[in-house]
Design a binder for this molecule. Structure first.
Ligand code: SF4
Length: 368
C-alpha cells in the first residue's frame, strides 16, 4: 500500500501513529492536488485500491445513515472514519459514490471525530435513547485495522464512556484470534460479517476470504465476549441461488451460539445506474448486471419484486423457525415483502428500528 499524507494532516495523532509503522510515504499538498497517472476513472479506482491518503476531514463524523427513500430503513447512525476499501467487490457501491478514487482515512479522527462521538454518546445516554452506530458504511470497518487500529480505539472508548449504544464493525476480512484476545470483552461491540454463497464470494468478492474463514473469525469474537452479526447483502440472483443461499444461513445458525448473534439482515442487489458502467469496465467477466432490473422508488436498480420474493422465500422457512431467537431484518425493502416473509405486520420504519433497538438495549444490559 502506498501512503500519501496531506500537509495539513501531518500533525494529527493518527497520521503520526501510522507513519511510524510504515517504511515510506509521500507528503502531498492536498488530495485534490494529487495527479493520477491513469486517464480513466475506472482505472483510477483500481489503482486507488493500493493508495491510502491520510487527509484532514472538515465534515461531520457522526451522522444518520442516509438509508433510502420510500423503503423501510432502520434508523442507524454512522461514525464516518474513512472512505474506500482495499478489497474489490464487483458490486461495491463505493465505486460510484464519491467520484474520488483511493482509500481516504481521516487523520483528525482522534482529535475531532472522537470528541464529536463522545459528545453524542453522552447526550443520547442522558435522554435514554439507545444508539446503533456503525463504521462500515463507506469503508470496511476492519480492512485497515493493522495499520490504523481505529476499531480497537473505539472499543476502548466504549469501555471508558459506557454508552447506551452498540457499535457495529462491518467487515469481510479474516480477523485472527489474537486480535480479539487483546481487547476488553463487551457485548455492545458487534463484529459483523457480510456473507454470500461460495460461488459469489469466489467470483465477485476479490480479496475477501471464503465463508469458512469469516465464520471462524466470528467464533473467535464470540469466544472473547463480543457479539456478532451477519449480513446477506447483497444477495445476488443466479440460477442456483435459491438452492445455495439457505445452506449458508443454516451454517451460520449451526456454528454460532444464537444468543450471541445480534441480528442477521438480508438485502438483494441494488445499485445506482452509473455503477453498472463502471463495474463492467473494471470487471468484464462479471455476470451480475446482466439480469433485468427495475428502477426502484429510490432511483436504484433492483430486481423485480417477484424475483426478490422468490429469493427471500427460499430463506423463509429458516427465518420463521429461528425468528424468536434471532432478530432478522431486510435492508431497504418494502412493507409487502417484509410482511409476506416474516408473516407479521410491519407498519413503518419505526417498527424496524424497534426490533433492532430491543437487541441493542439487551446487549447494553448484558454489558453490566
Ligand atoms: S468489502 Fe465492502 S467496502 Fe470493500 S469492496 Fe467489498 S463491498 Fe466495497
Amino acid at each position: 500500500m502506498e501512503i500519501f499524507v496531506e500537509e495539513r494532516a501531518l500533525p494529527f495523532a493518527l497520521s503520526q501513529e501510522i507513519l511510524k509503522k510504515v517504511k515510506s510515504y509521500h507528503i502531498i499538498p492536498s488530495y485534490e492536488d494529487y495527479s493520477w497517472k491513469e486517464d480513466s476513472y475506472p482505472e483510477r479506482i483500481s489503482s486507488g485500491k493500493k493508495k491510502l491518503f491520510l487527509m484532514h476531514y472538515p465534515g461531520r463524523f457522526f451522522r444518520k445513515c442516509p438509508g433510502t427513500k420510500n423503503y423501510f430503513c432502520c434508523g442507524y447512525r454512522i461514525f464516518h472514519f474513512a472512505e474506500g476499501c482495499p478489497l474489490d467487490c464487483t458490486y461495491c457501491i463505493l465505486q460510484c459514490y464519491f467520484n474520488r478514487p483511493g482509500i481516504k482515512l481521516w487523520a483528525n479522527l482522534i482529535e475531532n471525530g472522537f470528541s464529536e462521538l463522545r459528545e453524542a454518546l453522552r447526550l443520547f445516554k442522558k435522554v435514554g435513547k439507545v444508539l446503533r452506530i456503525g463504521t462500515g458504511e463507506f469503508a470496511d470497518s476492519m480492512a485497515l485495522e493493522n495499520l490504523c487500529g481505529v476499531s480497537e480505539k473505539l472499543i476502548h472508548l466504549w469501555k471508558e464512556e459506557d454508552p447506551f449504544a452498540v457499535l457495529e464493525l462491518k467487515t469481510k476480512v479474516y480477523i485472527p484470534e489474537s486480535y480479539f484476545k487483546k481487547l476488553p470483552a463487551d457485548p455492545r461491540i458487534i463484529f459483523a460479517w457480510s456473507l454470500n454463497t461460495p460461488k459469489i464470494a469466489a467470483s465477485e468478492e476479490k480479496g475477501a476470504p471464503p465463508l469458512e474463514k469469516r465464520l471462524e473469525s466470528a467464533t473467535f469474537a464470540v469466544k472473547q465476549g463480543f457479539s456478532v452479526a451477519f449480513h446477506f447483502d447483497p444477495i445476488i440472483y443466479y440460477e442456483e441461488a435459491e438452492k445455495e443461499y439457505p445452506p449458508v444461513l443454516e451454517k451460520v445458525l449451526a456454528t454460532i451460539p444464537l444468543e450471541r448473534i445480534a441480528w442477521i439482515s438480508f438485502g438483494t442487489l441494488r445499485y445506482p445506474k452509473e455503477l453498472k458502467y463502471i463495474a463492467q469496465e473494471r470487471f468484464p467477466d462479471t455476470q451480475i448486471y446482466s439480469f433485468e432490473f427495475i428502477e426502484g422508488l429510490d432511483k436504484k436498480r433492483r430486481y423485480f419484486k417477484e424475483l426478490r420474493k422468490k429469493i427471500y422465500k427460499s430463506l423463509k422457512d429458516l427465518i420463521l423457525a429461528y425468528q424468536d431467537k434471532v432478530a432478522f431484518y431486510f435492508c431497504m425493502e418494502s412493507r409487502e415483502l417484509w410482511e409476506e416473509i416474516m408473516e407479521k405486520k410491519i407498519e413503518s420504519s419505526k417498527d424496524v428500528a424497534k426490533i433492532l433497538d430491543n437487541v441493542a438495549e439487551r446487549l447494553f444490559r448484558e454489558s453490566k
